[in-house]
Design a protein around this ligand. Structure first.
Ligand SMILES: Nc1ncnc2c1ncn2[C@@H]1O[C@H](COP(=O)(O)OP(=O)(O)OP(=O)(O)O)[C@@H](O)[C@H]1O
Ligand SMILES: [Mg+2]
Length: 353
């Protein structure tokens, strides 16, 4: 299932909860990557509520995924829409036809095959909230998708739910050609669900291994491939990262899944202002705190995304603390400059020259 071609990187962006900044992040990461000279395509795959065009500063959507799925024969590439950024093209969600979100398995496979034919260096996929099979399967197009959460407990819970569904989907697909073992897995999932006991991947491997050692080994291999990258959005203080530390331990313990802390984006009122002005954040104020945080993530994508990350647990925390100190200092300097540009400065120009 994992499909990474050497010359191209697919980055699906998901998170479980709605309204946590997936689209904001996807749109602005795409703009940053394109501005750095990389041919980038960004696709709105939130089939139930496409709105990526708004974050790109476009007034409306042209034909895109919706029309592609309903016309049956066309190639997805023909829906590539140029943007006013060099190197950035966009495929709108275009989900005006009712129930576009409920696509058939075959249509989804056709869509995924066509996505792989889109020529670019970076292919960014903005996914919807929740953990539907469609969202999970789009996410599985890369073994290093990006998961977003805010520091809020509800958002962290939904992110964990998303990762848990991801792993169970991976396991289920690994057993798709083996009906008896697949049935045993379903029973196991149902039993634990009824008892409200969290089911760990270790337990699944033990139980399935007892009846079918080969399948258990396939499951293990499939699970080990995935290593999502986590972005904390709308953070107010670097220590917000400490709040989600426990969730890394939980995914390791229960899901045998490692996640890499990858980025931190500050909560910034400029984000809302940019949306109100119908402009992408990166264009509205590239120097604001959120835009700078996103630009830093884009740089990390270029330099380390394709590498196995073995950064110390504290690496992102340390970086965010330094950035936070820089912001505080910058804010103090700005207010000093504002003071100096007051009438006092006009009255005594020599004093301030
Ligand atoms: N870093 C931030 N600082 C301040 N506000 C933010 C930030 N990120 C996102 N927002 C706010 O959150 C809102 C929701 O963001 P967005 O639409 O990107 O979320 P989403 O996860 O894509 O939601 P959905 O699941 O509904 O598609 C934005 O309109 C913006 O007002
Ligand atoms: Mg969205």
């Amino acid at each position: 299932m994992t499909i990474i071609r050497q010359e191209r990187t697919i980055i699906p962006v998901a998170g479980g909860k709605g309204g946590i900044g997936k689209s904001l992040l996807t749109a602005n990461l795409a703009i940053s990557l394109a501005s750095m000279g990389h041919k980038t395509v960004v696709v709105d795959l939130d089939l139930g509520g496409s709105n990526l065009h708004t974050f790109l500063g476009l007034s409306g959507e042209g034909p895109g995924i919706g029309t592609f799925m309903h016309t049956g024969k066309s190639r997805l590439e023909t829906y590539l829409t140029a943007t006013h950024w060099r190197n950035l093209s966009f495929i709108p969600g275009d989900c005006n036809i009712p129930f576009t979100g409920n696509i058939h398995h075959q249509t989804k496979l056709r869509l995924m095959r066509n996505l792989l034919d889109i020529p670019c260096r970076y292919l960014l996929l903005d996914l919807g909230a929740g953990s539907s099979h469609n969202t999970l399967d789009f996410f599985r197009m890369s073994d290093r998708g990006m998961v977003v959460t805010t520091p809020e407990a509800a958002s962290v819970q939904n992110m964990l739910g998303f990762l848990s569904n991801l792993i169970f989907r991976v396991i289920e697909r690994a057993l798709r050609n083996n009906p008896p073992t697949h049935k045993a897995l379903r029973q196991l999932l149902r039993l634990h669900g009824e008892r409200h006991v969290p089911l760990s991947v270790e337990t699944i491997l033990e139980e399935i291994g007892a009846i079918d050692a080969r399948s258990a080994s396939n499951i293990k291999k499939a699970c080990l491939r995935y290593r999502p990258r986590l972005v904390l959005n709308m953070g107010r203080h670097p220590d917000d990262l400490l709040r989600i530390e426990g969730s890394f331990a939980a995914t390791r313990r229960l899901l045998s899944l490692y996640t890499d802390p990858f980025g931190f984006v500050f909560d910034d009122p400029t984000v809302r202002e940019s949306i109100d002005h119908g402009m992408p954040l990166m264009e509205f104020d590239p120097d604001c705190t959120a835009a700078k945080s996103i630009a830093h993530i884009a740089q990390r994508i270029v330099y380390v995304w394709d590498k196995t990350l073995n950064e110390p647990d504290q690496a992102l925390l340390n970086h965010t603390r330094k950035f936070y100190e820089f912001i505080q200092k910058d804010t103090r300097q700005r207010s000093m400059r504002d003071m100096l540009s007051s009438p006092m400065r006009n009255l005594f120009p020599n004093l301030f020259s």
